[in-house]
Write a protein that binds this ligand. Structure first.
Ligand code: PXP
Length: 259
């Protein structure tokens, strides 16, 4: 399917860390499904949840409820394992994003090595796609990974924005320029290869605009910052502010292009 640059930029809200807080005490509160409902009301276009092998935040029951109680499309982040594949094939979520997973990591530290893990990943991509899910691969903004994602048959790539966000936190201007150029090149290449382009990891109010301004990016997935910031500003207004920063950045970039 041909794609259009500048198409609407979607926001997927990742609710994992509502479950992190719930699990700190056990029990039911706060409920990630309630957060998903509030995110929908605040204008999220989708809900993202990562069912990790160690179930440190989202649980199997959360996925059941997100599938049945929430109208927004679910983007299920998952490792390429037989256990996760069976769960995904049972639920058939709108999208499945394959991510690398290590038990000892605090969060998803880097992208998938699609080029190096081609033979392992290929059957997962094929079986998920055959079940009707849009398959997305979470990769670093590197040309060989984008090329491998296209050859393996993924519909979508999600570029890991962690290095860009770290450069913003450090206020390291040369590194910011370098990471933004690396992201822009990877985004252009993936788009030209016919992949739908998403991005995410570590994005905040301070780092979202230059990524949102890239006309070929169709979706941002944001979690940790939104849930953390919601402690101070409330989930509804935090999501609305993120959306408005995304929309402003995109329309300013469009204005610059047409001027
Ligand atoms: N996209 C993917 C593939 C992820 O693994 C994560 C983290 O779970 C995110 C986006 C969201 O990252 P963050 O929680 O840092 O916003």
């Amino acid at each position: 399917m041909s794609q259009t640059a500048n198409a609407k930029l979607r926001l997927g809200v990742n609710i994992d860390h509502v479950a992190t807080i719930r699990n700190a005490r056990g029990g039911m509160h706060p409920d990630p499904v309630k957060a998903a409902r509030l995110a929908a009301q605040a204008g999220a276009d989708g809900i993202t949840a990562h069912l990790r092998e160690d179930r440190r935040h989202i649980s199997d029951a959360d996925i059941d409820r997100l599938m049945t109680e929430i109208d927004l499309p679910l983007n299920l982040e998952m490792a390429a394992t037989e256990e996760m594949l069976a769960i995904a094939l049972r639920h058939k979520p709108h999208a499945c994003c394959l991510v690398p997973e290590k038990r000892e990591e605090v969060t998803t530290e880097g992208g998938l090595d699609v080029a190096g893990g081609f033979a392992h990943l290929k059957p997962y991509v094929t079986r998920l796609a055959e079940a009707g899910s849009r398959v997305s691969l979470f990769i670093d903004p590197e040309p060989d990974q984008a090329g491998a994602a296209q050859r393996i048959g993924a519909a979508v790539v999600e570029f890991h924005t962690g290095a860009w966000c770290e450069a913003v936190i450090e206020a390291n201007a040369p590194l910011m320029d370098k990471e933004l150029a690396r992201m822009q090149d990877a985004v252009m290449l993936a788009f030209d290869l016919g992949l739908e382009v998403h991005a995410g990891h570590g994005l905040t109010f301070d780092s979202v605009a230059p990524i949102a301004a890239m006309a070929q990016v169709r979706e941002l997935n944001i979690g940790h910052f939104l849930i953390g910031e919601a402690i101070f500003g409330g989930l509804d207004s935090t999501i609305r502010r993120m959306r408005s920063l995304m929309e402003r950045a995109r329309s300013q970039a469009l204005g610059r292009q047409s001027a």
